[in-house]
Design a protein around this ligand. Structure first.
Ligand code: DGP
Length: 112
């Protein structure tokens, strides 16, 4: 499968990793939109949030545990946003489930 994030997981493409364990990888986004912009991905290839199900969902809670830990490490725990774009209409450009952990600036709501 020609997936850029699977290649990052397999070290075929370099990335600036900030977290790694058996099931989750965290690395800096190549096009940051905030002072802290980390991508958290399951190592298992899941196309998007639309494909989370009872067989693969345990990694999602783990990703949120990692996000909370990283928010403290990167000193943004007092205000951060976690975003997953799902599908073309929502602007998902990489078809491997990922959560943007954004912090270090003010955020408006509702998001555009
Ligand atoms: P989305 O638009 O929600 O699918 O977000 C995809 C993000 O992935 C986007 O913010 C840019 C980032 N990205 C794409 N290719 C690479 C890459 O090769 N390395 C890194 N670190 N980030 C990437």
């Amino acid at each position: 499968m020609d997936c850029i994030f699977c290649k990052i997981i397999n070290n075929e493409i370099p990335s600036k990793k900030v977290y790694e364990d058996d099931t989750v990888l965290g690395f800096h986004d190549i096009e940051p939109t905030a002072p802290v912009h980390i991508l958290l991905i399951p190592k298992e290839h899941i196309n998007s949030a639309a494909e989370i199900n009872e067989d693969n969902s345990s990694v999602i809670s783990h990703i949120f545990e990692v996000a909370a830990k990283l928010s403290k490490e990167f000193s943004v725990s007092d205000g951060f946003r976690i975003v997953t774009n799902c599908g073309d209409k929502a602007g998902q450009s990489v078809k491997h489930l990922h959560f943007h952990l954004l912090g270090g600036r003010e955020f408006t709501w509702p998001a555009g």
